[in-house]
Write a protein that binds this ligand. Sequence first.
Ligand code: NCD
Length: 304
Amino acid sequence: MKHLIDIKDLDVEEIDELIKVAKDIIGNPKKYAHKCEAKILATLFFEPSTRTRLSFESAMLRLGGNVLGFSEASSSSVAKGESVADTIRVVGNYSDIIVMRHPKEGAPLVASEKSDVPIINAGDGGHNHPTQTLTDLLTIKCEKGRLDNLTIGLCGDLKFGRTVHSLITAMSRYKNIKFVLISPPELKLPEYVKKEILEKNKMEYIETDDILEYMDKLDILYMTRVQKERFFNEADYVRLKDYYILNKEKLKVAKKDLCIMHPLPRVNEISADVDQDERACYFKQANYGKYIRMALILKMLEEK
Ligand code: NCD
């Protein structure tokens, strides 16, 4: 049985197939409306979420399936001291597929080793977020028409931003991808991502703390929120949280066909005046997330 813990659990052909199915769902939603009848998806969220949890639930409901779960650890038996392994073993009896988010890195991997049903990692600490990456890949494919030959600016909290780590991993398998890594010195991309992904795959990248330095070169600008919940110290968060604020003025030098992405939630890093710009793709991106999750649920239940 296959789980989705890391984006590398899917090869490029499988990702292409998921994108193809997601596009077909966008064009022909009725064809899929009963595909998961009598199936149950459980969402176990030990950490807050809006988009990821609700888009998974919406995806399953749109496939004709059912959903159950909890949205905070305090409302489950975890609050009584139950281990993740025990929770998973039990919920596997109540559902056909489990989506799980957890503040501890590696928790979904541990869960998958104990589970009789497929597990999808919906974010583990500052580590990975493979279904956000599938969302990002569908967005890039639909908005830019390709997944290769791209210069991608990643801006903000590259240290704790799990969506960034998964996206870099995914893009390392496509040709001629260049990264511009834009962050304050304290929030640079972790060494392990640089060594194991960028350097191992001989990918081109530049690091800067200036959002404007390479703005005119970018095909994609992927903004991220400073990950407040991963900071040990409130003062550091307050000092760094507004380091980057993308606004209309800063976009003047950018390409006309730039694609501005953000996994959301946004705090201050993109000013509201950018929302009307044709290049702003972040709300579309959140919608693409539902379709790619529909395709993923279908694939994983079929394989099971
Ligand atoms: C992201 C996450 O949870 O990592 N959100 C999401 O899933 N859309 C990004 C974030 O919280 O900043």
